[in-house]
Design a protein around this ligand. Sequence first.
Ligand code: 13P
Length: 249
Amino acid sequence: MARRKLIAGNWKMNGNLAALAELQGIVDAAAANPKVDVAICPPFTLIAPAVAAQPALAIGAQDCHEKASGAHTGNISAAMLSEAGAKLVIVGHSERRADQFESDALVQAKAVAAIGAGLIAIVCVGETEAQRDAGEAIAIVTGQVRGSIPADATAEQLVVAYEPVWAIGTGRTPTVQDVADMHAAIRATLNETLGAAGPAVRILYGGSVKPDNARELLAVNDVDGALVGGASLTAAQFVPIIEGGAAVS
Ligand code: 13P
């Protein structure tokens, strides 16, 4: 099944208004490479200014609350993100699973809320180094997929991102074979859980994706895009990743 690749940037807790100048080069690269989808997920406060500066670019958020509204100080609902102009939202990033103790059930509730507000949910999964060393990576990750995705999601509503925790921000990546094996296992789990929608759901790889390894990783079977942290902060680093995705599309 042909799936359009999605090259998404996660700015994490980085960036400011001045950094939005980087978006122009990214928008230009997106226009020059129409075979791939491109998105940037800046901090909450930059969503509306990013949308205003670059209306043609898909802007996303990095988290949402699972409830629509209420007494949840400091949290943001999916509808608020949508009103700010976001088109997608990352949920269940490993940094939130670790720092904010987010469980699979909570991540699933957030994905349901995101989809309910009309956003695309990018659900993140990934094993720790200890889990990989123990030979548990595939069991852990497929378990996270089962527990974190909404059972009735469609391929238009849901993206899964495989991000091995030990590869995030470290410059280390799994081997191409390990990525292929994991993405095949995730695909099988999506087919089992979502039925007919499973083959069309995009599975991104994330963890130290850089200009020099993007093309190789994006060429792997069932790798339908990349979720990029550090290298998404500048057009100079992110544009070659977009081009790498287009080259193998
Ligand atoms: P790096 O690309 O900086 O390793 O981050 C990956 C990531 O966590 C994206 O969500």
